[in-house]
Every structure is written in structure tokens, then in C-alpha cells.
Design a protein around this ligand. Structure first.
Ligand code: AMP
Ligand code: MG
Length: 356
């Protein structure tokens, strides 16, 4: 059956969902990439939607499939540190140190781009975002195809990023040629992005690699001001960070009152009073105290890795259950708190309920 494709510029293709650990499937996926097609594949952060990064027509298909704004650049995935010199004009020593410390892994580095990287891949910027992922399927696909793979998260623009192949299928069936299924991803939130083109290395998007981890290797690291004060007049340096992202269909609010459980229970009761469907995003510690039919437990409050791994699938589960209002606890406690709260607050459109 044809699925509902609202964008008339993309024609329906038959999407094959297959085992990403099977070498024969990776061979087929590599051929699709070489021919300018689209393949979704697992990485350690979230599923990526890949195309040949140096083929502007192929990269353009990513934007069409995702409904992604054309000024939002793509990350180029490589499988060998030496290949950075094919994509970037300048590689500062600090960039090299970070690559040696964290690659392969969830760190994206912004460098000045070479002409070989099309404007269509970088959203017209003169810089390029590069990452070497650690997921074996991602590495095999890059190596076997022989192409650098431009890959944003494999979701429809604005929806939560996919952490399971079934999430990708939900959003991309009929829009891309193939999905390599690698099961649940390990980390569950997108890579840390660090800009090495200025005087001081600057985090443009928080992620699993924290500021402290970067500073251990290269000394002082700044954070893009637009991330610290989400003030609409400040323009984030990563164009993608300005969009409301990761958002479920229901209205999500983050609750930070002195008695979070009491506040959430009262909000849930009010919403039920209006006949709405409500969900709570809860820590394991508080889950038993909520009076709500749809309690989604993200994990123990002091286990950032568990919470990050469950966040996006919980937001998608809210959509699947047709939830109208979602109330979430805050998850600041761990070293991953910055990255988790960045995603959660964006999903909430910065809506926070505090004591009056
Ligand atoms: P995604 O892969 O969907 O998580 O999106 C990639 C993110 O990287 C977006 O937020 C982009 O704005 C950001 N990005 C990619 N290339 C650049 C670049 N050259 N400069 C700044 N940000 C970038
Ligand atoms: Mg994304």
C-alpha cells in the first residue's frame, strides 16, 4: 500500500528493511549509496539517513525524504581519520587530539570545508561537520561503499530521532531504498558537535562526550551562547539547533516545582477532567507515586545513560498512544544531564512549569 506522502517532490520507492549485521545486505546498501540512493543505518547515537556526501543530487534527496529545511547542514561520516584531510582545508592540532581521543565515537567536529564538499551537503556553509562513528554496521557501510556518507538522523524533520529500525520505518517507509536494522542503538541521543574553526573550541550541540571530557584533552572549551540562554534573538551556530526538534505530537511540559510529584498529579487530574489523554515521563524512583494510566519510566535518575537511551522512544510511544499532554520530570543529575535536558526542553518547546 502507498503511504501518505505529503511532499509531491518525492516519488514512492519500495523500502527494504533488513538485518544490518548481514554482510550481503551491507553490500546491497553500499551499491545503493554508490548509485546516489538513500540508506538508513544504525550508529551508536541514533539511526542515520545516509547518502553520498560528495554527490549534491544524492544529498538533496535526504532533505526531501526528511522534509528538512535546506539551510540545516548534514554531518559527513567517515571510517578513517586520514580521510579528514580530503574534506577539510585546515586541521588544527586540537582537532587531531580530539579525533585520536574520541573517534570512532559520538563526537562531530566542524572544520573549514574543501571545495569537493558540495554546498548542498553543508547548507551553503563554508564549514563541514565530520564524524567517525563506532557502530560496526556504519563503519562497514562506509568502507564497502567507498563513499563518505552524509547522514542526519533518520526521522521526519521535527519528530524524535529514531533509536530503533522500526522508528525509521515509521517515518521513512516509501521514501528511501533500504533500512539496515541493527537493533536498539547504544546511546540514544545525537553526537556532541564541537566547532574547531574559531579561537576557542565551542560546543554547538551537547551530547554523550561532555565539556569536561573535551577539556581533559584540549583545555578550555566554550558552549555556544544560544544553547545556554535559549533566547530567540541569539542564533545558534549549528543551524539545526534553532528548530523545534524531537517533538512529540502531544504538548510536552517539563515540571521543575518543589514537589514535582504533587504538581504532576494535579496537572494529570486537570487534563483527565478535560477528557484528554495524558502521559508522565518519570524516573524509576518516582514512577510508583503518579496517578496516571500512561507512565513511561526513563530509568533511575542517577543513570544518565539509561535515561538518554529511553528518551526518544518514550516520546514516540506517546505519539503511538495518542497522548495529548505529557508531563516530564527534569533529569539534570548526571554528567549527561546537559545533553538530556537540551533534547527534552527542545521537545517541550522550552515549556517549563515552575513554582509561582
Ligand atoms: P542531525 O544529524 O539531524 O542530528 O543534524 C546535524 C546537526 O549538525 C544539525 O544541528 C546541524 O545544524 C549541525 N551541523 C552540520 N554541519 C554543520 C556545520 N558545518 N556547522 C555547524 N553546524 C553543523
Ligand atoms: Mg536530527
Amino acid at each position: 500500500m502507498k503511504n501518505d506522502i505529503s511532499n509531491p517532490s518525492i516519488s514512492y520507492v519500495n523500502t527494504v528493511l533488513c538485518n544490518g549485521e548481514d554482510a550481503a545486505n551491507i553490500t546491497v546498501a553500499a551499491a545503493i549509496l554508490q548509485q546516489g540512493g538513500l540508506v538508513a543505518f544504525p550508529t551508536e547515537t541514533v539511526y542515520g539517513l545516509g547518502a553520498d556526501a560528495l554527490n549534491a543530487d544524492a544529498a538533496a534527496k535526504i532533505y526531501a525524504a526528511k522534509g528538512r529545511p535546506s539551510d540545516n547542514p548534514l554531518i559527513v561520516h567517515i571510517a578513517d581519520i586520514d580521510d579528514v584531510s580530503k574534506l577539510a582545508t585546515v586541521i588544527p592540532d586540537k582537532a587531531k587530539l580530539l579525533m585520536e581521543a574520541f573517534w570512532p565515537g559520538p563526537l562531530t567536529i566542524i572544520l573549514p570545508k574543501k571545495d569537493i564538499v558540495p554546498d548542498g551537503t553543508t547548507g551553503g556553509l563554508n564549514t563541514v561537520a565530520i564524524r567517525m562513528p563506532s557502530h560496526p554496521t556504519a563503519l562497514s557501510l562506509i568502507r564497502e561503499s567507498g563513499v563518505f556518507i552524509a547522514a542526519p538522523s533518520a526521522n521526519t524533520s521535527g519528530r524524535p530521532s529514531p533509536t530503533l529500525a522500526s522508528h525509521v520505518y515509521e517515518d521513512m517507509n516509501g521514501r528511501i531504498e533500504m533500512i539496515l536494522d541493527g537493533g536498539a542503538v547504544g546511546i540514544g541521543i545525537e553526537s556532541t558537535i564541537v566547532d574547531l574553526t574559531g579561537d576557542i573550541p565551542t560546543i554547538l550541540r551537547p551530547g554523550f562526550i561532555t565539556k569536561a571530557m573535551l577539556e581533559d584533552i584540549i583545555g578550555d572549551v566554550a558552549i555556544d551562547k544560544a544553547l545556554i540562554e535559549p533566547d530567540p534573538s541569539l542564533r545558534p551556530k549549528a543551524p539545526g539547533m534553532k528548530y523545534t526538534h524531537y517533538a512529540p505530537k502531544g504538548e510536552l511540559s517539563v515540571v521543575e516545582t518543589s514537589d514535582v510529584v504533587a504538581t504532576i498529579n494535579s496537572l494529570v487530574a486537570q487534563s483527565y477532567g478535560k477528557g484528554s489523554r495524558v502521559a508522565v515521563l518519570a524516573s524509576k524512583e518516582h514512577a510508583g507515586e503518579y496517578i496516571c494510566d500512561d507512565i513511561l519510566v526513563l530509568g533511575e535518575a542517577n543513570k544518565g545513560e539509561t535515561i538518554a537511551a529511553h528518551l526518544y522512544s518514550a516520546l514516540r510511544e506517546c505519539d503511538a498512544r495518542n497522548i495529548d499532554y505529557i508531563y516530564s520530570e527534569s533529569f539534570h543529575q548526571t554528567s549527561l544531564g546537559g545533553a538530556i535536558m537540551n533534547r527534552l526542553l527542545k521537545a517541550a518547546g522550552q515549556r517549563v512549569i515552575r513554582d509561582d
